[in-house]
Write a new protein. Structure first.
Length: 319
Protein backbone atom coordinates (compact mmCIF):
# COMPACT_ATOMS: atom_id res chain seq x y z
CA UNK A 1 0.00 0.00 0.00
CA UNK A 2 1.60 3.29 -1.09
CA UNK A 3 2.02 6.21 1.28
CA UNK A 4 0.24 8.53 -1.15
CA UNK A 5 -2.77 6.22 -1.27
CA UNK A 6 -3.01 5.97 2.54
CA UNK A 7 -2.51 9.71 2.91
CA UNK A 8 -5.37 10.44 0.55
CA UNK A 9 -7.67 7.83 2.09
CA UNK A 10 -7.03 9.19 5.57
CA UNK A 11 -7.71 12.76 4.46
CA UNK A 12 -10.97 11.84 2.75
CA UNK A 13 -12.21 9.87 5.74
CA UNK A 14 -11.33 12.58 8.27
CA UNK A 15 -13.02 15.21 6.10
CA UNK A 16 -16.13 13.07 5.98
CA UNK A 17 -16.21 12.17 9.67
CA UNK A 18 -14.70 15.12 11.53
CA UNK A 19 -14.05 18.39 9.68
CA UNK A 20 -14.01 19.71 6.14
CA UNK A 21 -10.62 21.37 6.60
CA UNK A 22 -8.03 18.61 6.94
CA UNK A 23 -4.34 18.51 5.97
CA UNK A 24 -2.35 15.26 6.11
CA UNK A 25 1.45 15.03 5.97
CA UNK A 26 3.38 11.76 6.02
CA UNK A 27 6.07 11.68 8.73
CA UNK A 28 7.69 8.25 8.59
CA UNK A 29 7.22 4.53 8.20
CA UNK A 30 8.23 2.57 11.27
CA UNK A 31 6.19 -0.46 12.22
CA UNK A 32 3.19 1.65 11.23
CA UNK A 33 2.45 4.58 8.95
CA UNK A 34 2.67 7.86 10.86
CA UNK A 35 1.22 11.22 9.84
CA UNK A 36 0.91 14.80 11.01
CA UNK A 37 -2.75 15.79 10.72
CA UNK A 38 -4.12 19.32 10.91
CA UNK A 39 -7.85 19.55 11.55
CA UNK A 40 -9.43 22.99 11.64
CA UNK A 41 -6.12 24.57 12.61
CA UNK A 42 -5.18 22.06 15.37
CA UNK A 43 -2.32 19.58 14.97
CA UNK A 44 -2.48 15.89 15.81
CA UNK A 45 -0.35 12.79 15.37
CA UNK A 46 -2.05 9.99 13.46
CA UNK A 47 -1.01 6.36 13.34
CA UNK A 48 -2.31 3.89 10.79
CA UNK A 49 -1.68 0.47 12.30
CA UNK A 50 -0.41 -2.47 10.33
CA UNK A 51 -3.32 -4.76 9.74
CA UNK A 52 -1.59 -7.98 10.83
CA UNK A 53 0.22 -6.78 13.94
CA UNK A 54 -2.35 -6.21 16.71
CA UNK A 55 -6.07 -6.92 16.94
CA UNK A 56 -8.66 -4.19 17.44
CA UNK A 57 -9.00 -5.21 21.10
CA UNK A 58 -5.25 -5.00 21.64
CA UNK A 59 -5.07 -1.54 20.08
CA UNK A 60 -7.98 -0.36 22.23
CA UNK A 61 -6.13 -1.69 25.27
CA UNK A 62 -3.14 0.48 24.34
CA UNK A 63 -5.36 3.55 23.97
CA UNK A 64 -7.13 2.81 27.26
CA UNK A 65 -3.81 2.57 29.07
CA UNK A 66 -2.65 5.90 27.62
CA UNK A 67 -5.87 7.61 28.65
CA UNK A 68 -5.45 6.41 32.21
CA UNK A 69 -1.77 7.33 32.33
CA UNK A 70 -2.47 10.83 31.00
CA UNK A 71 -5.28 11.30 33.51
CA UNK A 72 -2.82 10.33 36.27
CA UNK A 73 -0.51 13.15 35.19
CA UNK A 74 2.07 11.21 33.17
CA UNK A 75 3.51 12.96 30.13
CA UNK A 76 2.48 10.40 27.55
CA UNK A 77 1.07 10.98 24.08
CA UNK A 78 -2.60 10.39 24.77
CA UNK A 79 -5.25 9.45 22.20
CA UNK A 80 -7.83 11.98 21.04
CA UNK A 81 -11.45 11.04 20.39
CA UNK A 82 -12.39 10.99 16.73
CA UNK A 83 -16.05 11.44 17.63
CA UNK A 84 -17.87 11.22 20.96
CA UNK A 85 -16.24 8.39 22.88
CA UNK A 86 -14.71 6.80 19.76
CA UNK A 87 -10.91 6.61 19.74
CA UNK A 88 -10.29 4.06 17.01
CA UNK A 89 -11.61 3.90 13.48
CA UNK A 90 -10.95 1.94 10.32
CA UNK A 91 -9.99 2.98 6.81
CA UNK A 92 -12.88 1.68 4.75
CA UNK A 93 -10.72 0.82 1.73
CA UNK A 94 -7.89 -1.04 3.49
CA UNK A 95 -9.49 -2.24 6.77
CA UNK A 96 -6.54 -0.79 8.69
CA UNK A 97 -7.20 0.82 12.05
CA UNK A 98 -6.11 4.36 12.79
CA UNK A 99 -6.09 6.65 15.81
CA UNK A 100 -5.37 10.30 16.53
CA UNK A 101 -3.07 11.38 19.35
CA UNK A 102 -2.07 14.66 20.93
CA UNK A 103 0.67 16.54 19.12
CA UNK A 104 3.22 16.70 21.94
CA UNK A 105 5.63 19.59 22.43
CA UNK A 106 9.39 19.18 22.22
CA UNK A 107 11.77 17.46 19.86
CA UNK A 108 13.68 14.20 19.54
CA UNK A 109 17.16 14.19 20.97
CA UNK A 110 19.74 11.83 19.52
CA UNK A 111 22.95 12.73 21.38
CA UNK A 112 26.20 11.81 19.70
CA UNK A 113 27.94 12.25 23.03
CA UNK A 114 25.72 11.08 25.86
CA UNK A 115 24.88 13.80 28.36
CA UNK A 116 24.70 12.78 32.04
CA UNK A 117 21.77 15.08 32.81
CA UNK A 118 19.76 13.72 29.89
CA UNK A 119 20.45 10.09 30.85
CA UNK A 120 19.46 10.72 34.49
CA UNK A 121 16.18 12.35 33.39
CA UNK A 122 15.62 9.54 30.89
CA UNK A 123 15.85 7.09 33.80
CA UNK A 124 13.47 9.17 35.91
CA UNK A 125 10.93 9.18 33.08
CA UNK A 126 11.02 5.38 32.93
CA UNK A 127 10.74 5.14 36.71
CA UNK A 128 7.65 7.34 36.71
CA UNK A 129 6.08 5.20 34.00
CA UNK A 130 6.81 1.94 35.85
CA UNK A 131 5.53 3.34 39.14
CA UNK A 132 2.19 3.93 37.43
CA UNK A 133 2.28 0.49 35.78
CA UNK A 134 2.80 -1.26 39.11
CA UNK A 135 -0.69 -0.22 40.21
CA UNK A 136 -2.40 -0.44 36.83
CA UNK A 137 -5.14 -3.06 36.69
CA UNK A 138 -3.74 -5.37 34.01
CA UNK A 139 -6.75 -7.68 34.30
CA UNK A 140 -8.86 -5.12 32.44
CA UNK A 141 -6.69 -5.07 29.31
CA UNK A 142 -5.85 -7.45 26.52
CA UNK A 143 -2.28 -6.65 25.58
CA UNK A 144 -0.09 -9.73 25.10
CA UNK A 145 2.09 -11.33 27.74
CA UNK A 146 5.80 -11.39 26.93
CA UNK A 147 5.62 -14.96 25.63
CA UNK A 148 2.84 -14.01 23.19
CA UNK A 149 4.61 -11.13 21.49
CA UNK A 150 4.83 -12.47 17.91
CA UNK A 151 8.61 -12.27 17.50
CA UNK A 152 9.05 -13.90 20.93
CA UNK A 153 6.51 -16.65 20.42
CA UNK A 154 7.60 -17.45 16.86
CA UNK A 155 11.31 -16.73 17.25
CA UNK A 156 12.75 -20.05 16.12
CA UNK A 157 10.28 -20.41 13.27
CA UNK A 158 11.18 -16.90 12.04
CA UNK A 159 14.91 -17.64 12.25
CA UNK A 160 14.48 -20.96 10.44
CA UNK A 161 13.24 -19.03 7.40
CA UNK A 162 16.41 -16.93 7.17
CA UNK A 163 18.85 -19.43 5.60
CA UNK A 164 21.24 -19.33 8.55
CA UNK A 165 23.83 -22.09 8.76
CA UNK A 166 22.95 -24.96 11.08
CA UNK A 167 25.71 -24.07 13.53
CA UNK A 168 24.27 -20.60 13.89
CA UNK A 169 20.77 -21.99 14.35
CA UNK A 170 22.05 -24.33 17.07
CA UNK A 171 23.56 -21.38 18.90
CA UNK A 172 20.30 -19.44 18.77
CA UNK A 173 18.19 -22.49 19.64
CA UNK A 174 20.31 -23.24 22.70
CA UNK A 175 20.10 -19.60 23.82
CA UNK A 176 16.32 -19.54 23.32
CA UNK A 177 15.82 -22.69 25.39
CA UNK A 178 17.93 -21.27 28.22
CA UNK A 179 15.99 -18.00 28.12
CA UNK A 180 12.69 -19.89 28.37
CA UNK A 181 13.96 -21.88 31.33
CA UNK A 182 15.26 -18.72 33.00
CA UNK A 183 12.00 -16.83 32.51
CA UNK A 184 10.13 -19.72 34.15
CA UNK A 185 12.09 -19.11 37.38
CA UNK A 186 11.19 -15.42 37.68
CA UNK A 187 8.30 -14.06 39.78
CA UNK A 188 5.46 -12.19 38.09
CA UNK A 189 4.19 -10.13 41.00
CA UNK A 190 3.01 -6.57 40.37
CA UNK A 191 6.17 -5.01 41.79
CA UNK A 192 8.39 -6.59 39.12
CA UNK A 193 6.08 -7.54 36.24
CA UNK A 194 3.46 -5.51 34.38
CA UNK A 195 3.09 -3.18 31.44
CA UNK A 196 6.36 -2.13 29.79
CA UNK A 197 6.88 0.36 26.99
CA UNK A 198 9.07 -2.25 25.24
CA UNK A 199 10.83 0.21 22.90
CA UNK A 200 12.16 2.86 25.29
CA UNK A 201 14.80 4.52 23.10
CA UNK A 202 15.41 8.29 22.64
CA UNK A 203 13.45 8.29 19.38
CA UNK A 204 10.33 7.60 21.44
CA UNK A 205 10.88 10.61 23.69
CA UNK A 206 10.18 14.26 22.96
CA UNK A 207 12.23 16.63 25.11
CA UNK A 208 10.61 19.98 25.95
CA UNK A 209 12.86 21.81 28.38
CA UNK A 210 12.85 19.66 31.50
CA UNK A 211 9.81 17.67 30.37
CA UNK A 212 10.10 14.24 28.77
CA UNK A 213 7.05 13.27 26.70
CA UNK A 214 6.82 9.52 26.06
CA UNK A 215 5.41 8.41 22.73
CA UNK A 216 4.86 5.29 20.61
CA UNK A 217 3.36 2.74 22.99
CA UNK A 218 2.42 0.50 20.07
CA UNK A 219 4.39 -2.47 21.45
CA UNK A 220 3.35 -2.33 25.10
CA UNK A 221 2.99 -5.75 26.64
CA UNK A 222 3.24 -7.54 29.97
CA UNK A 223 6.87 -8.15 30.82
CA UNK A 224 9.38 -7.79 33.62
CA UNK A 225 10.02 -4.10 34.18
CA UNK A 226 13.75 -4.59 33.71
CA UNK A 227 13.01 -5.36 30.06
CA UNK A 228 12.72 -1.61 29.39
CA UNK A 229 16.28 -1.14 30.67
CA UNK A 230 17.54 -3.49 27.94
CA UNK A 231 16.84 -1.03 25.13
CA UNK A 232 18.50 1.78 27.09
CA UNK A 233 21.61 -0.27 27.78
CA UNK A 234 21.60 -1.41 24.14
CA UNK A 235 21.87 2.23 23.09
CA UNK A 236 24.43 3.17 25.74
CA UNK A 237 26.53 0.14 24.82
CA UNK A 238 26.68 1.17 21.17
CA UNK A 239 24.23 -1.59 20.12
CA UNK A 240 26.52 -4.44 21.18
CA UNK A 241 27.14 -6.37 24.39
CA UNK A 242 30.02 -4.57 26.10
CA UNK A 243 30.94 -2.50 29.15
CA UNK A 244 30.79 0.85 27.39
CA UNK A 245 29.31 3.83 29.29
CA UNK A 246 28.99 1.98 32.60
CA UNK A 247 28.88 5.28 34.50
CA UNK A 248 26.01 6.59 32.39
CA UNK A 249 24.14 3.33 32.88
CA UNK A 250 24.49 3.84 36.65
CA UNK A 251 23.12 7.38 36.25
CA UNK A 252 20.12 6.05 34.36
CA UNK A 253 19.46 3.62 37.23
CA UNK A 254 19.88 6.46 39.75
CA UNK A 255 17.32 8.57 37.89
CA UNK A 256 14.93 5.62 37.78
CA UNK A 257 15.20 5.15 41.53
CA UNK A 258 14.05 8.72 42.17
CA UNK A 259 10.60 7.63 40.94
CA UNK A 260 10.24 3.95 41.86
CA UNK A 261 12.04 1.05 43.48
CA UNK A 262 14.60 -1.15 41.77
CA UNK A 263 15.78 -3.84 44.15
CA UNK A 264 19.47 -4.84 44.03
CA UNK A 265 18.67 -8.37 42.85
CA UNK A 266 16.87 -6.91 39.82
CA UNK A 267 19.59 -4.38 39.10
CA UNK A 268 21.93 -7.36 38.94
CA UNK A 269 19.78 -8.82 36.16
CA UNK A 270 19.88 -5.76 33.88
CA UNK A 271 22.84 -6.87 31.81
CA UNK A 272 21.39 -10.36 31.34
CA UNK A 273 18.13 -8.84 30.09
CA UNK A 274 20.16 -6.74 27.67
CA UNK A 275 21.62 -9.97 26.33
CA UNK A 276 18.18 -11.57 26.05
CA UNK A 277 16.78 -8.56 24.22
CA UNK A 278 19.41 -9.05 21.49
CA UNK A 279 18.03 -12.54 20.83
CA UNK A 280 14.47 -11.33 20.40
CA UNK A 281 15.64 -8.38 18.33
CA UNK A 282 16.81 -11.03 15.88
CA UNK A 283 13.26 -12.36 15.81
CA UNK A 284 11.89 -8.89 15.11
CA UNK A 285 14.41 -8.37 12.30
CA UNK A 286 13.57 -11.79 10.88
CA UNK A 287 9.91 -10.79 10.77
CA UNK A 288 10.99 -7.78 8.64
CA UNK A 289 13.40 -9.70 6.41
CA UNK A 290 11.43 -8.88 3.24
CA UNK A 291 11.52 -5.13 3.89
CA UNK A 292 14.40 -3.24 2.31
CA UNK A 293 14.74 -0.96 5.33
CA UNK A 294 15.71 -3.89 7.58
CA UNK A 295 16.88 -6.76 5.35
CA UNK A 296 20.50 -5.60 5.25
CA UNK A 297 20.78 -5.52 9.05
CA UNK A 298 19.63 -9.06 9.85
CA UNK A 299 22.76 -11.05 8.76
CA UNK A 300 25.09 -8.49 10.32
CA UNK A 301 23.18 -8.51 13.60
CA UNK A 302 23.01 -12.31 13.66
CA UNK A 303 26.75 -12.65 13.13
CA UNK A 304 27.64 -10.09 15.77
CA UNK A 305 25.39 -11.51 18.47
CA UNK A 306 26.28 -15.14 17.73
CA UNK A 307 29.95 -14.23 18.25
CA UNK A 308 29.05 -12.91 21.69
CA UNK A 309 26.95 -15.97 22.57
CA UNK A 310 29.68 -18.40 21.56
CA UNK A 311 32.13 -16.70 23.90
CA UNK A 312 29.84 -16.13 26.89
CA UNK A 313 27.83 -18.78 28.72
CA UNK A 314 24.23 -17.95 29.54
CA UNK A 315 23.97 -16.09 32.84
CA UNK A 316 27.60 -15.03 33.01
CA UNK A 317 26.32 -11.43 33.11
CA UNK A 318 24.98 -12.09 36.62
CA UNK A 319 28.47 -12.55 38.03
Amino acid sequence: MSVDFLENELKVQLQHCIHSKVAVEFIKLSSNHNFRVTIGGSQYFCRIYRGNKWSKEQILAELHFLQKARAAGLKVQAPVALTDGIFLSELTTTNQHYALFEWCPGAHRYPTNWDEEFVFSWGAALGELHEFCKSYDVDTVKRPAHADVPWHRDLMNLLSQCDFQEQLMCTFRDEYEQVQSYFATLPTTNDVYGYVHYDFHPGNILVDGSDFWLIDFDDICHHWFVWDFAMVFHKLSGKAMNRKNEYLKSRFVAGYRTKTELKPEWEKRLRLFERIRHLFMLGWLASKRDEEKWAWLLPRYAKGHSNYLQGHSFGCELK
